[in-house]
Design a protein around this ligand. Sequence first.
Ligand SMILES: *Cc1c(COP(=O)(O)O)cnc(C)c1O
Length: 377
Amino acid sequence: MTSPALAATIDLDAIAHNVGVVRDAARADVLAVVKADAYGHGVLPVARTALAAGAAELGVAHVDEAVALRAGGISAHITAWLHTPATDFGAAIAHDIDIAVSSSRQLAAVVAAAAARSTTATVTVKVDTGLNRSGIAVDEWADFAESLAKAKADGAVSVRAIMCHLARGDEPDHPLNSEQAHRLDVAADDLRRLGAGPEVMHIANSPAALTRPDLARDLVRPGIALYGRTPVPERGDFGLIPAMTLTAQVSLVKKLSAGEGVSYGHTWIAPTDTTIAILPAGYADGVPRLLSGKFAVRINGRSFPGVGRICMDQMVVDLGPDGGGVAEGDRAELFGTGRDGGPTAKDWADTIGTIDYEIVSGIGRRAIREYVGGARG
Ligand SMILES: *Cc1c(COP(=O)(O)O)cnc(C)c1O
């Protein structure tokens, strides 16, 4: 393996393992959510690995993401659920993408795109059962259901699935979760009565898939759990294995005298004579600048604190007076599995008041994705 300045090493065996964890917990098939370049892990290797590990199908936000999966040779069922008036439904239909529609307007656009190709589009009905984000609004439902039944009768669409997304899935016992599931069951009944019943139903995101098997219908729709990060830490880690380890190669080691300040604004002043190391990772790479002075890295099994401001391309760590035995070219672990006591993406998230979803999906393209284990190619 090469030694890139900055590397995000993705453990595909961990992803395969995590697919099994979710499937067993939910006792349902897995629709693996691989949007946003598989939460920053690299969409094609992750998609192939998840499918090889038994995931039944895939889901993404944009049609373009789905088409990219097809271009990468993925033939599994793919659902795309976030569209704008400019979305190319013709391309979705041509690539056999299941289009999740969130309004009568989107359905009409899909019907027109199917007519233009003299074919039938596959759709999923995305119902807004309480998240108040995407999905068909309550006051639009009756009209939508009739339009859908007509489009189905006309052969313009086939209705593959009905879905909704939970507002409080990470609060497993919140009554809204069951209420949303009930609303979706009612909506599915409405469609069945109109002769446009869905073949499958899915509700659960990662936290619900792991904690509420009663909400799993035919499929569950996990994202973050596949990447090995528990969405409900207070309930444990479920045996999930974090798949991404971020490392940087030490670019420079140098001495610093007591009283010298480090990086922009000299926010950290060396209290004693010391040694610092420069790492080629910064906020342009997705290391939050807000972490400045509030994180540690592991080099050769030892922990060293980050000091001074995180810059666009680089950061500084304090190796201590004896230099910690660190040499230029050694690799520093910025975050990883945490299993050896090292830092995790969750540590970063907790420190700056966000969630690890944002940390891993925000790791930039300069971090070379390297894959270990799993189904590559
Ligand atoms: C992102 C997303 C998911 C996955 O959510 P996780 O919390 O990462 O499991 C599921 N469904 C929809 C509609 C999504 O947008």
